[in-house]
Write a protein that binds this ligand. Structure first.
Ligand code: NAP
Length: 482
């Protein structure tokens, strides 16, 4: 059971700390040891429809708040999150499994989106356009879209929510949130703090439940004017289809297959640091995780050796234990996918340099793994592993590297390491990705636009652009003739 000292952050009608004897509930389990943490109410179609109406009512009142009022609420929420950072991180690690240091970092990053959009709330301005007609005045104003809905994944249970709801609130929208089944507690804890910060009730509504039923209800509703989703490309495609009849606005943050290119003029230690940071954060379960590491042949052995040395220093275990750097994988299917990518690569001629297996059949901890001699024919070149597997490919020329890096239907994040300034620009511009890290493996930050191209998604989150997805533009044409 989740420690009683965190119950104050989970003080919500949907949450039970003893196994409920009636009603439909979802059990939330400790990611490291599988014990019960709590139970959350399972909302069905009728219940979701009821909450959509409540969200509509709340938005009708909330849109009348001034930008300053909305900004003040967001700023109060940001401060509360930082005041409770440690407790929020403990809840996050319990349900998600990532090391506490990473969980604290995620809460800080989640809060930073709230602060950023508190600042942006006061900069939603319009335009006055010069008219070709002397008697006309042409104006553009921006208004909130209205009721919005979010469906979020388990890998960042806090940051994926604030990156969506903070711009929604800044714009004057309400939002219904369906968190992932494995990690709903962080969403409820955020809501508890939002209410404390002064957010009117029902402007943020958290709804757990069967994802297919809740998702379909949100997509089919005429009242919900926008859906924002972070998760797999496969589910993104289903949601886009379900939203088509109501022509809902869509933001999709989907899967990736991130390449890292290390040129032979790179600073090797900088590249190794970047590869480790990008590949092994959250045990390889982030959408911007390096999925393919391309190393130019002249420095292949030197980089591979240093990567293996550093990977061997990683420590797998319960995220609450000091020194742990790698938590568990999310479920058995995640373990099976990593295993299948390793088996496929080995069968096609790759070499296992370190790791390669789960720690025990009774849990989902997996050894950080490095494969050398990986080629484009192997599954790992095409599919997102979403686990702690670094496959090392080699390449001869810059042209080859760019061609292999772009040879995928995904286009979220890419990384390159080179000391040559013109190559940084040339390759950075040639990579077909929404985000490119140059000499770094860490690119996510609230001030920059996060998002992908091709089948990695639609729209951008964070940055000055992130609020546009929650606003409608209205053009007013005023004729002054009497
Ligand atoms: P997922 O299976 O697509 O699930 C994401 C969310 O969608 C969860 O809340 C899930 O709910 C829900 N869902 C699943 N099937 C649904 C359906 N038919 N209708 C409505 N909702 C549905 O993805 P995941 O395995 O959790 O996350 C990993 C994927 O997300 C990776 O591909 C990763 O690259 C991507 N990702 C992308 C970004 C980005 O910003 N681009 C960030 C993080 C992750 P339940 O869990 O309750 O079933």
């Amino acid at each position: 059971m989740i420690d009683q000292k965190y119950h104050y952050l989970l003080n919500h009608a949907d949450i039970a700390f003893e196994a409920p004897t009636s009603g439909a509930y979802i059990e939330v389990k400790d990611a490291a040891n599988g014990t019960s943490l709590a139970w959350v109410k399972q909302h069905d179609r009728a219940s979701v429809e009821h909450f959509i109406l409540r969200s509509e009512q709340a938005q009708a009142a909330f849109k009348k708040f001034t930008a300053l009022q909305r900004a003040d609420i967001l700023m109060a929420w940001y401060r509360l999150m930082l005041d409770h950072q440690e407790d929020l991180a403990q809840i996050l690690t319990a349900e998600q499994g990532k090391p506490l240091a990473e969980a604290r970092g995620e809460i800080g990053s989640a809060a930073s989106f709230i602060r950023w959009f508190a600042e942006q709330a006061r900069r939603i301005d319009g335009d006055i356009l010069p008219s070709p007609q002397a008697q006309q005045r042409l104006l553009v104003i921006k208004q909130p879209i209205g009721v919005t809905a979010a469906i979020t994944p388990w890998n960042f249970p806090a940051a994926m929510i604030t990156r969506k709801i903070a711009p929604a609130i800044a714009a004057g929208c309400s939002m219904l949130i369906k968190p992932a089944e494995q990690t709903p507690l962080s969403a409820y804890a955020l809501q508890v703090l939002a209410i404390q910060a002064g957010l009117p009730s029902d402007v943020m509504i958290t709804l757990s439940g069967d994802s297919v039923a809740v998702g379909k209800t949100l997509c089919e509703s005429d009242i919900v004017r926008k859906l924002t989703f972070t998760g797999s490309t496969e589910v993104g495609r289903i949601l886009a289809e379900q939203c088509a009849p109501t022509i809902k606005k869509l933001s999709l943050e989907l899967g990736g297959n991130a390449p890292v290119i290390v040129f032979d003029d790179a600073n090797i230690e900088q590249a190794v640091k970047g590869i480790l940071a990008s590949k092994f954060r959250n045990s390889g379960q982030t959408c911007v995780c390096a999925n393919r590491v391309y190393i130019q042949e002249g420095i292949y052995d030197a980089v591979a050796q240093r990567v293996i040395e550093e990977v061997n220093k990683l420590k797998v275990g319960d995220g609450r234990i000091e020194g742990t750097t790698q938590g568990p994988l999310v479920d058995e299917a995640a373990v099976a996918k990593v295993e299948s990518h390793i088996q496929d690569a080995l069968a096609k001629g790759a070499t296992l340099a370190t790791g390669g297996k789960r720690l025990s059949e009774s849990n989902t901890f997996f050894e950080p793994t490095v494969l050398t001699g990986v080629t484009q024919e192997m599954r790992v070149a095409r599919e997102e592993t979403f686990g702690p597997l670094a496959p090392l490919f080699s390449f001869k020329t810059e042209q080859d590297a760019v061609q292999m890096a772009n040879d995928t239907e995904f286009g979220l994040a890419a990384y390159l390491f080179t000391q040559n300034a013109s190559r940084q620009w040339r390759v950075g511009e040639a990579l077909e990705y929404g985000m490119v890290g140059v000499n770094t493996g860490m690119i996510s930050i609230e001030v920059a636009p996060f998002g992908g191209i091709k089948q990695s998604g639609l729209g951008r989150e964070g940055s000055k652009y992130g609020i546009d997805d929650y606003l409608e533009m209205k053009y007013l044409c005023v004729d002054l003739s009497e």
